[in-house]
Design a protein around this ligand. Structure first.
Ligand code: ADE
Length: 391
């Protein structure tokens, strides 16, 4: 270690997207290594709308590893953070920052401690896969700071040990997590099926129903399913493998009809039109994720959604997060426009409305994988104190 011993802080900042599974991961065959009972497929969302940003700092003056999430200190002692830290540290390489006169030899990483600050640009407990974005970012950014040379597949396998679905947030676009067969988990990695430019007409609208912490964690929900449901084995062994093949084919050929059928048995609108106009999926939480094949269908969908779920406080702009331009595309510039929306013709009980049931909507699209944030002013840690900014 060079520079004046103990005087320096070296940092890296990264940003990682969240992802929404269209073929779900549900059930583990190994709880410690986080090995799933089936393959899964996801879409990565635009990090401008839903992502984690993480700064990792190292300094000889840090007496221990510490972490802050959204400005509050959290414990790093959990097995999942520890697994990721251990696996990245094992692979750390020599690092040299000529400008700062800092040199870290790979064998020194074991003696150095890190400070990690992370921030999610969306509600952490809203059931929007924050741990996927968070753990992917944790692994990606630690890897950058420690000059880890492993490829995305290897990083995905480390991120998987932090949070299963985090392995899919290591890539943009469409991603498959291959369950693997090996007991040590070495072949349970994610691969990119297609990048974010491949099918970029897709519009993703999320109806955030509840920003509260979910009552049943995914871990305990999965454990209950594995222990009590005879159908889970059937799903994993018979239903999913066939669906994964169909989904891969649908993505490859941008076949929305096939994509939508697989995700769900789409509702009245789709029935009334005869072909799917929009697809939907749910993760382990109440929020609905709606996928439209193009802007036109997304605007029609939004008109129907806002007819039934108008904003409680009449504030339309803050009711739509992410790509707000979908509102004007749908001809909805003011609350009066929402109030004047016609009842969707295909519904039998058009007069019933559900004001207040949706907290807000997010409009997003396909997004890219993790990226280094090079603008040092965006780092979450102060380069002099080594502590989170504003703490
Ligand atoms: N869990 C939820 N969000 C997270 C983040 N940004 N980093 C680490 N863990 C998380």
């Amino acid at each position: 270690m060079a520079a004046e011993e103990g005087q320096w802080v070296l940092m890296a900042t990264g940003r990682s997207p969240t992802n929404i599974a269209v073929i779900k991961y549900w059930g583990k065959r190994d709880e410690a290594l986080i090995l799933p009972v089936n393959d899964s497929i996801s879409v990565t969302l635009d990090p401008d709308h839903l992502s984690a940003t993480t700064t990792v700092a190292v300094s000889p003056s840090f007496p221990s590893d510490r972490m802050w999430l959204n400005g509050k200190e959290i414990s790093l002692s959990g097995g999942r953070f520890q697994s990721c830290l251990r696996e990245i540290r094992k692979r750390a390489q020599n690092v040299e920052d000529e400008k700062k006169g800092i040199r870290i030899k790979k064998e020194d990483w074991g003696k150095l401690h890190v400070h990690i600050a992370s921030y999610n640009n969306f509600p952490t407990a809203a059931g929007l896969a924050s741990s996927a974005a968070g753990l992917a970012c944790f692994v990606f950014t630690l890897g950058k700071l420690m000059n880890v040379k492993e490829d995305c597949g290897e990083l995905s396998s480390i991120a998987r040990q932090g949070s299963g679905s985090a392995c899919r947030s290591i890539y943009g676009g469409f991603v498959k997590w291959c369950m693997g067969k090996n007991n040590d988990g070495s072949d349970s990695i994610a691969v990119q099926l297609a990048d974010e430019t491949h099918w970029n007409d897709l519009v993703i609208i999320i109806a955030v129903v509840s920003s509260k912490q979910k009552e049943t964690s995914s871990t305990s929900g999965m454990r209950d399913s594995v222990e009590t449901s005879p159908l889970l084995q059937y799903r994993a062994q018979t239903v999913v493998p066939e669906r994964v093949l169909k989904m891969e084919e649908a993505i490859k050929s941008r076949n929305f009809e096939s994509f939508a059928r697989i995700i769900s048995l789409v509702e009245k609108w789709n029935q009334s039109e005869g072909t799917p106009q929009v697809a939907y999926t749910f993760d382990a939480g109440p929020n609905a994720v709606l996928i439209a094949p193009n802007r036109k269908n997304a605007t029609l969908l939004l008109q129907k959604l806002l007819y039934y779920f108008p904003p409680q406080d009449n504030d339309l702009r803050s009711y739509m997060v992410g790509d707000k331009s979908i509102l004007s595309d749908a001809g909805l510039k003011s609350i009066e426009d929402v109030e004047a929306l016609p009842a969707p013709a295909e519904m039998k009980t058009p007069s019933q409305k559900f004001k207040g049931d949706v907290s807000y909507f997010i409009c997003s699209r396909l997004g890219a994988g993790p990226k280094v944030v090079t603008d040092e002013s965006l780092a979450l840690i102060d380069s002099v104190t080594g502590l989170p900014k504003g703490v």
